[in-house]
Design a protein around this ligand. Structure first.
Ligand SMILES: [Zn+2]
Length: 279
C-alpha cells in the first residue's frame, strides 16, 4: 500500500491510526474519545497500533477535521470543504465539526444561498432550509441554472418550482379591485380616501406589471405594502394599511417572512419560502 504520513497530524506519542485516502494520521485515543467517540466504534486491531479506516473522505478533509478537534489549531470551514466536513460529522457523529459547519452556514448563507440550501436539505437542517429557501425563491429563475439546484432531490426541486409558479400566477392576477373592493371605510370622507388609495395602488400595480420578467417576490412585497400617505382619514388609513391591505396581500400571495437575521432591522425585506416540515 502506497500510504504516506500526514504532515500535520502524525503525533509520535499517538496511540491510534486513522487511515483515509492513503494517508495515515497518528492521533490520541483520549482526544477522539472526547471529540468523536463514535469513530472509535470503527476501531480495528493492527500490527502495532489499532487503526480506523475512513472510506469516501479525502485526506485533506480529515486533516481539517483533526485541526478542528485538536486544541492547538483554530480553523473554520470554507465553501470548498463544508460539504465534506458535514458528511464526516454526520456519518461519525463528530459534534464539534457539525457545530462548526452549521455555524459557518448560518453566518454565511447569504453569500451562497443555492449551495447553502442544497446542504440544508442534504443534512436535514430545518431552520437553514427555510431561511435559504427565501433567498433561492426570490431569484429562482437564476438559481435553477445552478448545479446545486440540479443535485437536489426531484421532490424538492418541484416544491421550489411550485411555490414560485404560484407566485407568478398571483402577480398575473394583481388588480386594484382585489385590494379595495371590500374595504369598509371608517373615515369621514370615504369617497375621497378611496380615490387616493385607488390612485396609489393602481400606480403600484402597474409598476409591477410594467417590469420585465422575473420581478422578485421581495420587491413585489415592498412595493405593495409600503406605507401610503393620505391627506385625511389617518385612522382609517392606518387600519387599511395594517389590517386590510396586508390580509389581502397574503390571501393572494401566501405567507411572506423576513430572514431571521434581519428581523430586528427597521424595514426588513420579506420573502416567500418553503419549509421542511410538511405537517
Ligand atoms: Zn377611509
Amino acid at each position: 500500500m502506497n500510504s504516506k504520513r500526514s504532515e500535520l497530524h502524525y503525533y509520535p506519542d499517538g496511540d491510534i491510526l486513522i487511515i483515509a485516502d492513503k494517508t495515515i494520521f497518528r492521533v490520541h485515543k483520549n482526544i477522539l474519545k472526547m471529540a468523536a467517540p463514535t469513530l472509535l466504534n470503527h476501531e480495528q486491531q493492527g500490527n502495532e497500533l489499532p487503526f480506523i479506516n475512513i472510506p469516501n473522505v479525502s485526506s485533506s478533509v480529515v486533516d481539517i477535521a483533526l485541526s478542528m478537534i485538536y486544541p492547538r489549531h483554530f480553523i473554520m470551514p470554507t465553501w470548498m470543504n463544508i460539504d465534506a466536513l458535514l458528511f464526516l460529522a454526520s456519518n461519525y457523529s463528530i459534534n464539534k465539526i457539525y457545530v462548526a459547519g452549521v455555524t459557518f452556514l448560518d453566518q454565511n448563507f447569504k453569500k451562497n444561498p443555492m449551495f447553502a440550501f442544497y446542504l440544508a436539505e442534504k443534512y436535514k437542517l430545518s431552520f437553514l432550509f427555510e431561511e435559504t429557501s427565501k433567498l433561492v425563491l426570490d431569484q429562482l429563475p437564476k438559481y435553477k441554472e445552478d448545479s446545486a439546484f440540479q443535485k437536489l432531490p426531484l421532490e424538492i426541486q418541484s416544491a421550489l418550482i411550485a411555490r414560485h409558479m404560484s407566485y407568478v400566477h398571483s402577480v398575473a392576477e394583481l388588480s386594484v379591485n382585489h385590494f379595495l373592493s371590500t374595504y369598509r371605510h371608517t373615515c369621514n370622507n370615504p369617497a375621497f380616501h378611496n380615490k387616493e388609495l385607488n390612485q396609489e395602488i393602481e400606480s403600484r400595480v402597474s409598476t409591477i406589471l410594467d417590469q420585465p420578467n422575473n420581478i422578485k417576490p421581495s420587491k413585489v412585497w415592498s412595493i405593495i405594502l409600503s406605507h401610503i400617505t393620505v391627506t385625511d382619514g389617518i385612522d382609517c388609513n392606518d387600519y387599511f394599511m395594517r389590517e386590510h391591505l396586508a390580509k389581502k396581500f397574503t390571501a393572494m400571495f401566501g405567507d411572506f417572512k423576513c430572514l431571521d437575521i434581519d428581523k430586528d432591522e427597521e424595514n426588513p425585506k420579506c420573502y416567500i419560502y418553503i419549509s421542511r416540515n410538511k405537517s
